[in-house]
Each structure stands twice: as structure tokens, then as C-alpha cells.
Design a protein. Structure first.
Length: 371
């Protein structure tokens, strides 16, 4: 299936978030208004209509909801750790959180890069542009040594008076595309190690620090966790695993006052948001194809392979996307006193597709979006 180009639609995710927050208060106000009106009329205490009571309760409940929806924590004396800063998402977020320091004088940012050799230029650039409170670390989420070294460093360099780490932000990702049958075991293992096992292991190690501050874990996930997409089967699978794991972790951490926040990003955009080298994904696909046995290559056919390679080229060479909606959602997840469980900074078209995938019969969804 062709991979669409970046969406040009304006970001309306904040409107959807607010609507989601207000849905329960509206339903609650209506139910209470009907019950109160029935009681008052039955006892002949008052002839007030349920509609008037509904409007009164609605104003109170929605006003209160808007108040706590916009509450933010102070950044003073708080620290955040960000993985995957060698991607555009992680790099941009670390820079923006550090820039908040200039005004709020608070966040200490620990920016984790997967490798020093490949990311040396980006690390030096970030160090020059950032304040003295930003720390640059080598953090390969698949390395136990890097994970424990980072834990010791963060624990020793927390701001004065900080009980622990305020936020762990998972922005590390490894994109692999190809038909499910094409993906060799080495690529499959690497995708699972980076996108799921590394994320889970790093969280396990840092949870004691996060519990102390009653902080939060913020996870950059993908809409593909809910949308089946040919050629991206492995990526869909690991993102679905992250979604399920985060939902379970949220239930387990409630007793500690720790929030688990998912930021569900769009993947129907240029792969440059995640890739350091766009050519690597094309080379990976060619390697997968050459490693297939001759009979399998014959059955798929060279024509199909070339068609999917053209789609990959459009995906990796598309225009750079505007990361503002994604970083805005991530910053809200870090700074809101009562963060949403899930932020979905995607276009209206993608949001509708996700809803169709969740609720429509699969044959109907396939007709609309796959066939």
C-alpha cells in the first residue's frame, strides 16, 4: 500500500482533548439534573425544569474541568530524562524543554543519545545552543550498561532538593518497513529490542526515582498501534505492544500517584521525523529482499518490490513535518498537573481512520482504507 505524504491539515488536537475532558462532566450534569428535577417535582418542593438544572450544573462542572485541565506544575527543581535525542522528535523536545528554563528557571534536562559516534555533531550543536542545566548522555536503550550508567548519573545530578526524576520521556524509536514475510530475525529482534524491550527495561530501572517525585512516564507511540498497515507489520506490532504494556503500567502505578502518558503520533508523514539517515531504510529493504530465498522472490515478483521501494522513497524523502503539535503534546504531558492519558496530535483524517479501525467491522474498514 502506498505511504501517504505529510498531512497539510491544521492541528486540532487540543480541541479534541478538551472535548474528551468535558464529555464526562456533561453526561454527569445531565444525569444529576434529571434526578434532582424528578425529586424536587415529586416532593412538590420546586417546579424547576431539568433543563435549567442541567445548564446550572453544566456551567459549574465545565468551569471546574477547564480550571484543572489547564493547571500546570512548576518546573523549578524538576528533572526530565529524554531518550532518542538523535531523532528530530527527541532533539527538538530536549531543546524546547531546555528553553523553558530561561523563563521558568526549572527543568534540568538529561538528553540521551543512542551513540556518540553517529550523533557527535548533533550532541555538540545541542550543547552549544542549550543552557548549562542540560546534560548530554550516551543512552542506548538496548544496553544494560548504558541504562545503569544513566541511572547513576541522573541520581547524582538531580537538582538540589529534588526527591527524584519528574519525567521519563521515551522518544527513542527504530523504524523498519517491509512485508512481514521479508523481515529477517535480526531485524525483527532489533525492532523489538529498541521499540519495546528497551523502553520497558529503562522504565523498570527508573521507576524508583519517578515514584519518589510522584512524576510521570511519557511515551511517544504511534497511531499504527491501532491501524493495521501493510508493509509496516512489525512496527505496528511493537507499537501495539507498547500500548498494551503502558495501559497495564498505568493501573499498577496509580497507587503511587505516577501518571503514564501516551503521545500517539502520526506515521502517515515523512520518515525523516525518526530517521537520522533516510538512505538506511531503503538499504534495509533491499537487504531484506536479497536475503529472501529465490522461490519467495519469484512468487512476490520484482515488480511488486519495485513498487514498494518507490513508496518507501516517497516516505523517506518527503518534506520535513511540523513537529509543533507533537512537542506541544509532550510538553503538556510533562507539565500539566492532570495530564491526559493519551494525546493524539494527528490530522482529522487520521483520527477518523483510527476511530474506523477501532469500531467498524474489519471487512468494512478494509474496503474503505486498504482495498
Amino acid at each position: 500500500m502506498p505511504l501517504p505524504s505529510a498531512s497539510k491539515e491544521p492541528d486540532d488536537s487540543q480541541t479534541w482533548e478538551l472535548a474528551e475532558r468535558c464529555l464526562l462532566p456533561i453526561a454527569f450534569s445531565h444525569a444529576i439534573a434529571v434526578i434532582l428535577a424528578t425529586i424536587l417535582n415529586t416532593l412538590s418542593i420546586s417546579q424547576t425544569s431539568s433543563f435549567v438544572l442541567f445548564l446550572l450544573l453544566l456551567a459549574i462542572s465545565v468551569g471546574f474541568t477547564l480550571f484543572y485541565h489547564n493547571l500546570k506544575v512548576t518546573a523549578a527543581g524538576k528533572a526530565v530524562l529524554i531518550t532518542g535525542c538523535d531523532s528530530r522528535v527527541g532533539y527538538t523536545l530536549s531543546k524546547q524543554l531546555d528553553e523553558l528554563n530561561l523563563f521558568l528557571k526549572g527543568f534540568t534536562v538529561f538528553a540521551g543519545f543512542s551513540t556518540k559516534v553517529e550523533s557527535e555533531e548533533a550532541m555538540q550543536k545541542l550543547k552549544q545552543e542549550a543552557s548549562g542545566r542540560l546534560h548530554i548522555l550516551q543512552l542506548d536503550v538496548t544496553s544494560e550498561h548504558d541504562i545503569h550508567s544513566t541511572f547513576l548519573y541522573v541520581n547524582e545530578n538531580l537538582p538540589d532538593g529534588a526527591p527524584g526524576l519528574w519525567a521519563l520521556i521515551h522518544a527513542a524509536a527504530w523504524v523498519t518497513l517491509g512485508e512481514c514475510e521479508w523481515v529477517p530475525p535480526s531485524v525483527l529482534r532489533r525492532s523489538v529490542d529498541i521499540n519495546f524491550i528497551g523502553l520497558a527495561r529503562l522504565t523498570q530501572v527508573f521507576l524508583p526515582l519517578i515514584r519518589r517525585s510522584k512524576g510521570r512516564v511519557v511515551i511517544v507511540n504511534s497511531l499504527l498501534a491501532r491501524i493495521p498497515s501493510p508493509v509496516r507489520g512489525i512496527y505496528c506490532a511493537v507499537k501495539a505492544a507498547v500500548e498494551a504494556w503502558a495501559a497495564c503500567l498505568r493501573l499498577e502505578m496509580r497507587r503511587w500517584g505516577v501518571d503514564i502518558v501516551i503521545v500517539e503520533t502520526s506515521e502517515y508523514v515523512s520518515g525523516s521525523a525518526w530517521l537520522k539517515d533516510n538512505s538506511s531504510l531503503l538499504e534495509q529493504a533491499r537487504d531484506m529482499w536479497t536475503q529472501l530465498d529465490p522461490q519467495t522472490r519469484k512468487e512476490y515478483g520484482q515488480e511488486l518490490f519495485q513498487k514498494e521501494m518507490l513508496a518507501l522513497e516517497r516516505y523517506t524523502q518527503g518534506a520535513d513535518i511540523d513537529l509543533t503539535p507533537v512537542t506541544r503534546a509532550l510538553i503538556d504531558g510533562v507539565m500539566k498537573t492532570f495530564p491526559m492519558r493519551k494525546y493524539t496530535p494527528v490530522s482529522r483524517k487520521e483520527r477518523i481512520q483510527a476511530l474506523c479501525s477501532d469500531y467498524l467491522p474489519k471487512p468494512v474498514y478494509d474496503i474503505l482504507y486498504i482495498n
